[in-house]
Unconditional design. Structure first.
Length: 237
């Protein structure tokens, strides 16, 4: 327990104290002494049957993230367009990671290969019924971001997910279809090499710290500070 009070003058009952202006008397009967409190801030920590005076208290660690600096209004506008898209599609990438974990756990409990395929088809049908309507509403730009975020949250490209859990032919067909819409299921997420991926990571980190979106650990290693330093220097040039 911590009390915030003013600068103190401590004395015993047997002592005589010359009153000062603006002093507050705060009596702790369990300790048997008077504390005279003045105007400068100090903190009193009470633990069990003891108390100590401290100049600071421990607080939970807080990470602060700032938006990148932009050289033009067009760059600023682009950032906020990307932000809107990221906040819209991130929950789907988070869901994909959760469902993939559940799928792996379930498949590990199934011994027969035929039953594994049957379970995968059943799950695919369920997801299609649950998500198709929403995913059809995504724009191409939102779809491109979702593909990258799926890689961020699962560590596997959308192409390899289909190939591994369904078959290579289906993955090829899906990739061919995606190409018609100027997308690639093989696209990975690399905020260190791709500036737009860095902007996406910045948006995610700010969203996590502010509680705007749920913080789910990325499946790939991301050193945000390293990304920030690189792109901050690059934008200065």
């Amino acid at each position: 327990m911590v009390f915030l009070c003013r600068k103190y003058v401590m004395c015993d009952f047997s002592m005589r104290v010359v009153p000062k202006s603006c002093l507050l008397f705060f009596l702790f009967s369990s300790f048997g002494f008077l504390q005279l409190v003045a105007q400068e801030d100090y903190k009193i920590r009470i633990a069990g049957q003891d108390s100590t005076f401290v100049d600071a208290i421990s607080l939970d660690e807080v990470e602060l993230f700032s938006q990148p600096r932009f050289k033009s209004r067009e760059e600023w506008y682009r950032y906020y367009v990307i932000r809107k898209r990221v906040l819209k599609v991130y929950p789907y990438a988070e869901m994909a990671a959760n469902r993939l974990d559940s799928l792996d756990n379930r498949l590990n409990q199934i011994n027969r290969k035929s039953k594994k395929k049957a379970y995968t088809r059943k799950l695919e049908k369920f997801l299609a019924e649950e998500l198709t309507a929403d995913l059809k509403k995504l724009t191409r730009s939102e779809g491109r971001i979702l593909i990258r975020l799926v890689y961020r949250q699962t560590g596997i490209s959308a192409f390899n997910l289909v190939k591994e859990y369904r078959n290579g032919l289906r993955a090829f067909l899906y990739q061919t279809t995606a190409r018609l819409f100027d997308m690639s299921l093989k696209r990975i997420y690399d905020p260190y090499e791709e500036y737009e991926d860095y902007l996406i990571e910045n948006i995610l980190q700010i969203g996590f710290s502010q509680g705007v979106i749920n913080s789910q650990k990325a499946a790939i290693s991301i050193d945000y500070q390293k990304c920030y330093e690189k792109w901050s220097l690059a934008k200065k040039d």
